[in-house]
Design a protein around this ligand. Structure first.
Ligand code: C5P
Length: 222
């Protein structure tokens, strides 16, 4: 029952407005991708880490990882294509945790919860409940409110039986591009469980997220 972590890091980070891709930026001295690798590789249930990178990023990855051990392969034009390519490159495993490189702060307890939930289901993902009021706001003018009860915000890593998610990706034929792998698993008819996520797992998306992450780290360490 080999458990592999698959980190997708082939995005261009277009919402960050250029510069070096966010997965190679440092937060408090350590590259984002290195933090993600450390969090997964140090968990006792995880046997290997594979990173999906953009074309020509081999040198950038190896510089960011230093002594850390991870295999790598090339991604695609969308997150979905990058995950599919990574799963094909891994080839065989019992379980896989698919994780965004842009979520470098991954508490081990989240991995524990995911793997426990995977015992009797094909997939499990971390989620957070909605705390804010939700409203449609196309074009900046408010439309209808959306009841927040029963809604959740989706994080990664997402845990799946390896054969199940590989087959689901091979069979994917949806119209809208999926932004996570639970959508791909559900489209193939599988039940996916939600387990409690963690506020630390927020995705670094905008420039301000980096300063906020450094401030949080500082607060934890002092
Ligand atoms: O763009 P977004 O923040 O949704 O990307 C989520 C994760 O998917 C990031 O870690 C990014 O590097 C990865 N990704 C990828 N290949 C793409 C697009 C995104 O590996 N083509």
């Amino acid at each position: 029952n080999r458990t592999v972590a698959l980190i997708v890091a082939a995005g261009s980070g277009s919402r960050m407005g250029g510069g070096i891709p966010k997965q190679y930026r440092k937060v408090a001295g350590v590259p984002v991708i290195a933090r993600a690798v450390d969090a997964l590789a140090s968990h006792p249930a995880i046997d290997a880490v594979h990173v999906v990178i953009g074309a020509g990023q081999e040198a950038q990855l190896s510089e960011a990882l230093g002594e850390r051990v991870a295999t790598s392969s090339s991604g695609g034009a969308t997150r979905r294509e990058s995950v599919r390519a990574g799963l094909e490159a891994i080839g065989d495993a019992g379980r896989v945790l698919i994780h965004d490189a842009a979520r470098p702060f991954l508490p081990p307890a989240v991995i524990d919860r995911l793997l426990a939930a995977l015992e009797d289901k094909a997939g499990a993902i971390p989620t957070l409940s909605m705390v804010d009021t939700l409203v449609r706001a196309d074009g900046g003018v408010l439309g209808d409110n959306v009841p927040r009860e029963g809604l959740a915000r989706v994080q990664t890593p997402q845990a799946f039986r390896f054969d199940t998610i590989l087959a689901a990706h091979r069979d994917w034929s949806g119209d809208a591009e999926p932004t996570d792998d639970a959508q791909v698993a559900r489209a193939a008819g599988h039940t996916v469980l939600a387990v409690p996520g963690d506020i630390m797992l927020e995705k670094l998306t905008h420039e301000a997220d980096f300063a906020a992450a450094e401030a949080r780290l500082g607060a934890i360490m002092t």
